[in-house]
Design a protein around this ligand. Structure first.
Ligand code: ACO
Length: 422
């Protein structure tokens, strides 16, 4: 079978034949027909804006792989830091590489005292942690003069290391500030997730992180580390394409993540479950959704149309966490909601299934995080994915500054009218 597509411009009779590889063809072929021809593709539903070798996703089959490794195997056998190394470098680390990476990350977790004492202290007492997180990431870049040298690989890698190491410290700091609690310094003897939980919750000396909870946190980090060209990652690539420094680009990506249709959905799920509050109200809520008065948060995905493999792993992880923390009272509402929706024609016909956010919020809540922290928890591991994409983009010779075209639908030229004549 020919792996080509022939496009005919019926206006001129001109035709062009293009190669199709992996279901993709170069849209530059259209310019051969007519240099002024544009494809109208709002929200990039049919556009591959880059090639990438980081994450593979098959939405129909519910497949997610990082650098070829199935997410299920990584969630079961790996650690977040190992996965971070894999995403950033393309291969799993050897023992020596893993030790060095762990040592380096652990020894870059501190942030400048001015960030803590002056910058964070300047926020209003009830500032949203995600707003603080986004601004703190952007501000962090101002401490590293060399961060603008993005084409010096050693310098770029240093910033990547700093960001990966410092995002948990910044995240925990936003929480401690919001709660009026003193900041807890990073502990160099603790693994990544354990150190984060320690910075979040330590009060005095009588706090130990339960190993099962640290592992659950690590698995959550693994599952959220990358997800190819979603809204946040696309933002990262667009901003990085202007050769902005990695801190500014990461802050922009985090801002995109903060929206309720993206990373903010896990927070919205908990608000929704609270609003439903009881299994007996589930059917009425589902009717509301079907009438278009509400949206079933944590359901549906632009790419996954059968199931989200991360949601399957998280549903199981939720039970492991509840064994230690006790069951989240909202779990029954969530289970009923899932059952009703999965059997309802409205959701079946639209291929709407639970996504990663449906269960992550319940786990976060059981781990003691306030809902305002949920998107920040997502941003910690996703920082790795964003930076892997930035590195890849900067090496990609086919990339230029992102600059889509538009379809102008406004009025034609007209003359200025003096105010008194309008
Ligand atoms: N509840 C009710 N109806 C829905 C939902 C939902 N959660 N999601 C989609 N639909 C309906 C739409 O109304 C539409 O119906 P129609 O054909 O009758 O008009 C149809 O399903 C298709 O929906 P689209 O909006 O076209 O799907 P799209 O791919 O643009 O949106 C999205 C995907 C944004 C994730 C959407 O499903 C949604 O809003 N879900 C809830 C928010 C959420 O959970 N977001 C997290 C996504 S995962 C992540 O970002 C980490």
């Amino acid at each position: 079978m020919a792996e080509t597509i022939t496009i005919i411009d019926d206006r001129t009779g001109k035709k062009v034949t293009v190669q199709v590889k992996d279901g993709v063809f170069a849209s530059s072929a259209l310019r051969e027909l007519d240099p002024n021809l544009r494809m109208y593709d709002p929200a990039f539903l049919s556009t591959a804006a880059c090639s990438s070798s980081i994450t593979y996703l098959d939405g129909e089959a519910g497949v997610l792989r990082y650098r070829g490794y199935p997410i299920e195997q990584l969630a079961e056998k790996s650690t977040f830091l190992e996965v971070a190394y894999l995403l950033l470098n393309g291969e799993l680390p050897t023992t020596q590489q893993a030790e060095k990476w762990k040592f380096d990350v652990t020894h870059h977790t501190m942030i400048h005292e001015n960030m803590r004492k002056r910058f964070v202290d300047g926020f209003h007492y009830d500032a949203h942690p995600m707003g603080m997180f986004i601004s703190a990431i952007a501000a962090l870049g101002t401490f590293y003069d060399d961060s603008k040298n993005i084409f010096d690989e050693d310098v770029l890698n240093k910033q990547i290391l700093r960001l990966v190491a410092k995002v948990p410290t910044i995240a925990a700091m936003t929480y401690r500030f919001s709660s009026g609690l003193p900041f807890v310094l990073p502990n160099n003897s603790m693994p990544y997730a354990q150190n984060f939980l320690n910075m979040m919750y330590r009060i005095g000396d009588d706090y130990t992180v339960h190993p099962a909870l640290a592992r659950a946190m690590d698995v959550l980090f693994i599952l959220h580390a990358d997800h190819e060209q979603n809204c946040g990652t696309t933002t990262m690539r667009v901003v990085a394409s202007s050769h902005a420094d990695p801190y500014s680009a990461t802050a922009a990506a985090a801002a995109a993540l903060s929206g309720p249709l993206h990373g903010g959905a896990n927070e919205a799920v908990i608000h929704m479950l609270h609003e439903i509050s009881d299994v007996k109200n589930v059917s009425a809520f589902v009717e509301q959704v079907k009438n278009g008065d509400d949206r079933l948060m944590g359901f549906g995905h632009r790419v996954y149309k059968n199931f989200d493999p991360r949601a399957t792993i998280l549903k199981k992880a939720a039970y492991d966490v509840f064994e230690v923390t006790g069951k989240n009272p909202l779990l029954d509402v969530a289970l009923k909601l899932e059952e009703v929706a999965l059997n309802d024609e409205y959701f079946i016909s639209r291929k709407l299934y639970p996504n990663v956010d449906f269960y992550s919020g319940l786990i976060y809540q059981a781990l003691g995080f306030p809902v305002e922290m949920f998107t920040v928890l997502f941003a910690i591991p996703r920082t790795v994915g964003w930076l892997a994409h930035m590195s890849e983009l900067l090496k990609d010779k086919e990339q230029k500054i992102s600059r889509p075209r538009q379809w102008y639908t406004g009025v034609d030229e007209r003359n200025y009218v003096e105010m008194k004549k309008r």
